[in-house]
Ligand binder design. Structure first.
Ligand code: COI
Length: 357
């Protein structure tokens, strides 16, 4: 399929922000966006890159009522060797197709959308920020557009990609965050959509996040919805513990997002010869290991959050300080290595980097 390109005339283009690290994450967008539509007769069609602009949908569009959608998050970087690059983008489009299957959305041609993304970024290439810790965040999204209030999968869809320059995700920057273990709410149930990257999972987490923020915490740590015992993930990232020098992360049991940064962390740790295990880990084990000091670090991993150390954990009325409230050596090493690969400062032994130009 051909991609029609309608570039914004130079005199009408917005200028990229000067200091990206001060922008609130995901609030300023570039000049262009990619869009295409799907219907059952022609499949995906009308692929185009045009001005970033509001989209018009009927108020009855299925997305507004039943949340039938899939989204992704990935990043483009300016790397030290003056190249513009993406990090494992094919993984994001592969996951998007898995979400699409779960949410009854039409699948994408993964090669085609990756090429479309590169063409889009090339038009807004000067929006990839160059300061340390910054990047261009990419949000591909599929939404159900059919105007119909009867509950059923939509028969028409819109796919779009938008771009925004970003610094750190959390207001703490890359410093340790404070996490609240939710006992009152859960995120995902077995058989549900926990492993899909779809809006409802995030909408449903807002109240718990709001209440934890009111108590002074950055994010919620979710426990499983059946026994309310086993650790699952944090609001916007997967979670890792270092216990007796072993890196432990909850295994993917269908209720946890299969994070691409999570997978990269596991591959790096294995490559370094560190002990790694993906298994069920209960909150009691976490608390006990904090108490007996066998737990030395907790950190999160996600595209937006990168590697985010946890300095404090709250559970059942108690605050536990983790690793003296400071970033531990494992989180530090992983952060440096991942950022090093993304910024071209460290050898890309896993071929995770995809050039844009
Ligand atoms: C990401 O890490 O890219 C995500 O999509 C999480 C989102 C809550 C910012």
């Amino acid at each position: 399929m051909e991609i029609k390109i309608n570039p914004v005339p130079p005199e009408k283009r917005k200028v990229p922000p000067k200091d990206v690290s001060n922008i609130v994450f995901g609030t300023q967008f570039t000049n262009h966006m990619f869009m295409m539509e799907w219907d059952k007769d022609v499949g995906w069609h009308d692929a185009r890159i045009e001005q970033y602009q509001p989209i018009t949908l009927e108020p009855s569009a299925i997305i507004f009522h039943y949340g039938q959608e899939a989204f992704e998050g990935l990043k483009a970087y300016w790397s030290s060797n003056s190249r513009y690059v993406l990090f494992r983008p094919e993984q994001n489009f592969a996951r998007m197709n898995r979400t699409a299957e779960r949410m009854c959305l039409p699948k994408l041609d993964e090669k085609f959308v990756l090429d479309a993304l590169k063409q889009l970024i090339r038009l807004d290439i000067d929006w990839i920020p160059k300061e340390e810790g910054t990047s261009l965040y990419i949000r591909p999204t599929i939404i159900a557009t059919e105007p119909a209030l009867g509950l059923k999968p939509s028969s028409s869809f819109l796919f779009f990609i938008i771009l925004c320059p970003v610094g750190p995700y959390y207001p703490e920057g890359f410093n340790p965050v404070k996490i609240y273990v939710s006992e009152k709410y859960t995120r995902a149930a077995p058989g549900g959509v926990g492993e899909a990257k779809t809006s409802g999972n995030y909408a449903a987490s807002n109240l718990a996040e709001k209440e934890s923020k009111e108590r002074g915490f950055t994010q919620v740590l979710w426990l499983d919805s059946v026994e309310r015992r086993y650790v699952e993930e944090v609001g916007s990232m997967n979670i890792f513990f270092v216990i007796n020098d072993e890196i432990v992360t909850p295994e993917l049991v269908g209720t946890i997002l299969p994070g691409i940064t999570r997978n990269s962390v596991l591959q790096l740790a294995n490559h370094w010869g560190l002990k790694v295990s993906e298994r069920r880990i209960s909150i009691d084990e976490v608390v006990q290991s904090i108490k007996d000091k066998s737990l030395t670090e907790i950190f999160g991993a996600g595209t937006a959050a990168v590697i985010s150390p946890v300095g404090e954990l709250h559970f059942q009325g108690e605050n536990y300080q983790i690793g003296g409230g400071k970033t531990g050596p494992v989180a530090h090493r992983l952060f440096d290595e991942l950022m090093g690969i993304q910024y071209g400062l460290v050898q890309d032994s896993f071929q995770w980097i995809e050039p844009i130009v």
